[in-house]
Write a protein that binds this ligand. Sequence first.
Ligand code: IFM
Length: 762
Amino acid sequence: MIDWKIKDNLYNPDNVAWHGNKYLTGNGYMGVRGTLEEYTKNQLVAVNLAGIYDKVGDGWREPVNAPNGFYGYLIVDDEIVRLPDVTECDGKSDGTESGNNTGNVATVKCSEHFIELDYRHGVFTRCTTFRLLRGNITVRSSRFVSMDNVHVGAIKTEIFADFHADVKYVFGIDADVWDINGPHFDIIKVSNDGMLTVDAVTHENNHNVSVAEEVRSDFPCELKDEEELNKALKSVSFITDVNKVYEIERFFAVYTSLDCDNPIEKAKEDTVRIAGAGFDKLLDEHRSAWEDIWKYSEVIIEGDDKSMEALNYSLYHLHSIAPRHADNLSIAARGLSGQTYKGAVFWDTEMFILDFFLMTEPEVAKKLINYRIDTLEGAKKKAAEYGYDGAFYAWESQEKGFDACSDYNVTDVFTKRPMRTYFKDKQIHISSAIAYAIGKYVEITGDDSLLKEGGAETIIECAKFYYSALVKKVNSDRYELRDVIGPDEYHERVDNNGYTNRMAKNTFRLAVRVLENDKFISHICKLEEPNEESADSEIRSRLLEMFKDAYEKIYIPEPDSEGIIPQFDGYGELEDVTVDEVRSRLLDPKEYWGGAYGVASHTKVIKQADVVTWLAMYPQDFDTKVIEDNWNYYEKRTEHGSSLSACMYALVACKCGMTEEAFPLFTKSATADLAPGGKEWAGLVYIGGTHPASAGGAYMVAIEGFAGVEFAEGKINVNPRLPKNWEKMTFHISHKGTMYRVDIEEGKATVTEVDDRRSLIA
Ligand code: IFM
């Protein structure tokens, strides 16, 4: 059995960026990177906020990082003690030596250092012993951002030394935050008058981001104000008794003007209250909120602790970024790990993440879809801008459906010039993902309230969009979707991408079902103007006719004479080379493989699962032989350059009974944030972060792939094909308002209704 903890024992400055993601703690409102308290923006510290964005000058619009209330460092015998930072290290430190520091920063030897994450409860711990001239001093701290009250965080720091150390612990709120395209705060008001506070104002929309902080210690010490630019700081000073442990507790609260009218007052109020409660009580409440979350979401795998750890660690990340506190937020492609990918919501949420919440916490799934319903106006605006009808959702969606995707989303490594990319204009499959998600929500939960609350209208608008994008040659009877980009982003502006056409067909199907059901018609407000009843029924008939026709006639590529489904028109004529051959043609390792001149563009090598994503969604479209042949054909030609790729291949492999082939791909998805090696830098731009889609994909593989859970005719079917070491698997599935426990052993599954049902749909 696993202990629900991950730990890194040695200090290596090269891992600072990666560990920031790996050790992330979060509660859906904010994500705190797994960095040390003494770190600053130079080590990519971030308290990343959900749903609040800002733009400065020509930079990309991105989410705002709040001032960091966990900031603190130690001065011993008048010298700052800290680990050498990235810029001071040669990258070879093994945790026993430090680099040379400058100024009044002590040259220290660190004799012991570890960081640990309790991913059952979202608690981050660090412990470092510094070897100084007069003896050893240890700092041990544990911290969390509360799952019980998402605005607050708390940290307990314990300090002890084997000599009489003259200690000053400086702590507070660091408003000099890390920004990729900032600075986002035009005004930063700091105060250490009584309580520590920072009230910052964002550039674009004048949003206030306010943080307040209090300290508690139960030993005699001198409390003083400290001055540093853009930091609200105080210090406590004391002389240590030998080996006596000194505890300092700190509490902070964050509010923005999107949360309430007077965020600074609210932050102060919360801070007084939580400081009064104390660290241990807050920790208990936080832990019990996490236990509630795990009750129906943990997946037990007996016989393979590594897989159980990787899978539940992935689920930890999904829980940490789930917007439980809000009704109109979704999940960004890099979660709450920073500003990468503009903090924007992609198709990742609907196609890779949604299933986990649908099956374990449908209330959250509903919120994620609500974000799309709320941003329908933005999608309609985008469609109109591109000359389409209906709703063309943002490729990189921020608040109100604003598309943050730039026309120049990649910088050429050779010329350093921005390259025209077409993700925003041509990845039209995004709208179909939203319609698909609404359909799936209704199918799995049995709750059609979502359709009445905007879901039906959203489906219709997505169908209208595809209808307006259809192209028909004069002499042909079929409809096509031309000049698109499918999931494989290396091949831009292609015709009839099979995945896109198939997903559009599904959108037409859903729209027909909605229009045929009288129940929803009154909820599809204003099908079109005017909204009189007779006109409405005419419009309804016209839309029905259009969508039925489109459903029947949209062209869906068929397997060729070899059984291979062409990814798009003309794919078969491209150069057939291996992924390694394409890689060997790179002149620079950071060169972009796609676009007009990319090394992969004129070859059959693809970035990520494309046809195979279609097969994962609609295995019923083809017989197993075709699916297997296409899997074998495309897997060889896939770079897996996106973390969205491996899980789709694993899922399809399971559906063909190829468990052995699926297993390493499952592991790759489940360990995307656990194992080293992810892409972190593109030139000087940090592109790393956590990989929620990969985490959600790993869940899909475990539950829908290995365990073989399917929903058909209103029932749960379980056809297990577990990997060879998985002796037993236990998990819960929510279906149509009831929670079920699934136990799999020796190839047999037992599905039991859980007695203590809770209200599954809010
Ligand atoms: O949505 C994905 C896309 O499919 C590949 N590039 C990264 C995006 C965000 O994860």
